[in-house]
Write a protein that binds this ligand. Structure first.
Ligand code: KIV
Ligand code: ZN
Length: 527
């Protein structure tokens, strides 16, 4: 063992806020079912703390935190709360069933936020810190406190508030770079300054929460850890407010791959990273940029001849970590027309679908056979899309029954669509110069709505003209955005299903969420 690897490894707590800060980004809202699915995957991945939502924000958020608190057993479930009694009580109530629960309460401490956003004096903020932490501590022993906009706060006041929070019982002190303004050297100096100057600092775990406005969220998080922070707040794919948060997969793999210089250990099972990225991208409709570190489509591709040659001779020439270590398997043909049920079920288990029900397996296998009739080579990506589609489709209230397209030079496309709406069959047709326009018009006749189309996106799942098309449709109504997705070898079919999927989701969004999610949280404290 060399001296570098012999360095003492510090444990880092991974606090995932995909379901709270991540979900806050415009267009990323998830349904309760989707949040639950993400939470279970985060638990399976060994995330230490799952920030499941902001219970006081809406009825939907409250229910989601409650549901996650009921089913997650191995991770701590956390709920966010402003420094308001009603927020803190709502968090306590939503978390009541959790095996391990944490309340995360916060208030701004920067002059700018206190004066313009909160309209509170520093003394009022100081009192609110003590009051909110004390109340939260009455509901759980695990309380996290954050001084929002810490990186633009005056040091003396910041330290006073942190000291008060620890004295009132906060067990974790999180330092947010709320506006993504800090730099690595500045941020590590801030954490050091706090740890050296705050009385009782040794009684709390220090945490960092970095936004990515300058593309420095991961670097700042690692700098904070170097200064003694022992918790990193992050999100899958780095989603979050504005430019997002520190990406979980990046901080974790930096510690694994460069453990010689970053001697930190996390509990994360890194082989789940690709699946988690895919799931979050699917439910939010936020595609992952191809060159995204760790989970981007091209993260392990070697295009240049000289690189390919090097890779063939020794993979370390151009690869600093293996695709398998992040749960990515080569895009090889995994199944084909002649593969039987046994091989299919084995593949599902290999891909981690252990909890899938027999009914879903049955339907997914049928869909796999249909796909294999049309598509010669089936890749892992195809199976992932197929299973997602199967599980989603079975839960839908309206479903596509059939689709007919006719083209005439003088008229354009006539698209006829039949759907099943709560056991009732309906059909309609529309004509347009564009096939998708005609399709969406026909569906609009069948399912009237006021939503506006925000995004229509088609992506090929694998290569070749027989590839499945993955279609994403984002709709907005009364300030609420929902995402529908579908994959099919026929782009028009996938488009119809994605549109219907989005409309189904819109119908299931509760009215409390419609009104409350859009009201400016900032008016009463803000994030
Ligand atoms: O960015 C931020 O300041 C936050 C706090 C609620 C921690 O998200
Ligand atoms: Zn944040």
């Amino acid at each position: 063992m060399n001296t570098k690897t012999a360095r003492k490894q510090a444990s880092i707590v991974i606090f995932d806020t995909t379901l709270r800060d991540g979900e806050q980004s415009p267009g990323a809202s998830m349904t309760l079912e989707e949040k639950h699915k993400v939470a279970l995957l985060l638990e399976a991945m060994h995330v230490d703390i799952i920030e499941a939502g902001f219970p006081a924000a809406s009825k939907g958020d409250f229910q989601a935190v409650k549901r996650i608190a009921q089913s997650v057993k191995n991770s701590t479930v956390c709920g966010l709360a402003r420094a308001h009694d009603s927020d803190i009580r709502a968090a306590g109530e939503a978390l009541a069933a959790a095996k391990r629960k944490r309340i995360h309460t916060f208030i701004s401490t920067s002059p700018l936020h206190m004066k313009y956003k909160l309209r509170m004096t520093p003394e009022d903020v100081y009192d609110a810190v003590i009051h909110s932490v004390t109340l939260a501590r009455n509901l759980t022993d695990d309380v996290e406190w954050s001084p929002e906009d810490a990186t633009r706060s005056e040091h003396d006041f910041l330290c006073r508030c942190i000291e008060a929070a620890i004295k009132a019982g906060a067990t974790t002190i999180n330092i947010p770079d709320t506006v993504g303004y800090s730099t690595p050297s500045e941020f590590s100096a801030l954490i050091r300054m706090i740890r050296e100057n705050v009385r009782g600092a040794d009684k709390a775990v220090f945490s960092c929460h970095c936004h990515n406005d300058l593309g420095l969220a991961v670097a700042n998080s690692l700098a904070a850890v170097d200064a003694g922070a022992r918790q990193i707040e992050c999100t899958i794919n780095g989603i979050g407010e504005r430019a997002g948060n520190a990406a979980l997969e990046e901080v974790v793999m930096a510690c694994v791959t460069r453990n010689d210089t970053l001697p930190y250990r996390t509990a994360i099972d890194t082989t789940y990273l690709t699946r988690a990225s895919h799931l979050v991208s699917t439910v939010t409709g936020f595609s992952v940029q191809p060159n995204k570190a760790i989970v981007g489509q091209n993260a392990f591709s070697h295009e240049a001849g000289i690189h390919q040659d090097g890779m063939l001779k020794h993979s370390n020439t151009y690869e600093i970590m293996t695709p398998e270590s992040v749960g990515r398997h080569q895009s090889v043909i995994v199944l084909g027309k002649h593969s039987g049920r046994h091989a299919f079920v084995n593949k599902l288990h290999e891909l981690g679908f252990d909890a899938i029900t027999p009914a879903h397996i049955e339907e997914a296998f049928k869909r796999f056979k249909d796909l294999a009739d049309y598509k010669k080579d089936i890749f892992e990506e195809d199976i992932l899309a197929l299973v997602d589609e199967t599980v989603t489709r079975r839960q839908q209230q309206r479903q596509l029954l059939s689709l007919h397209i006719q083209y005439q030079d003088d008229k354009g496309y006539t698209v006829r669509v039949a759907i099943k709406d709560n056991e009732q069959e309906k059909s309609a047709q529309a004509t347009s110069q564009g096939v998708i326009d005609g399709l969406f018009k026909a569906i609009h006749t069948l399912i009237p709505h006021q939503a506006s189309l925000q995004l229509y996106q088609v992506k090929a799942i694998s290569g070749g003209t027989d590839a499945q098309a993955e279609v994403t449709v984002r709709l907005q109504q009364d300030g609420v955005e929902v995402v529908g997705q579908s994959a099919h070898t026929d782009t028009v079919h996938a488009s119809a299903r994605a549109y219907i999927h989005a409309l189904n989701k819109l119908a299931s969004v509760d009215s409390a969420r419609l009104t409350q999610k859009t009201s400016p949280i900032g008016a009463v404290g803000g994030i």
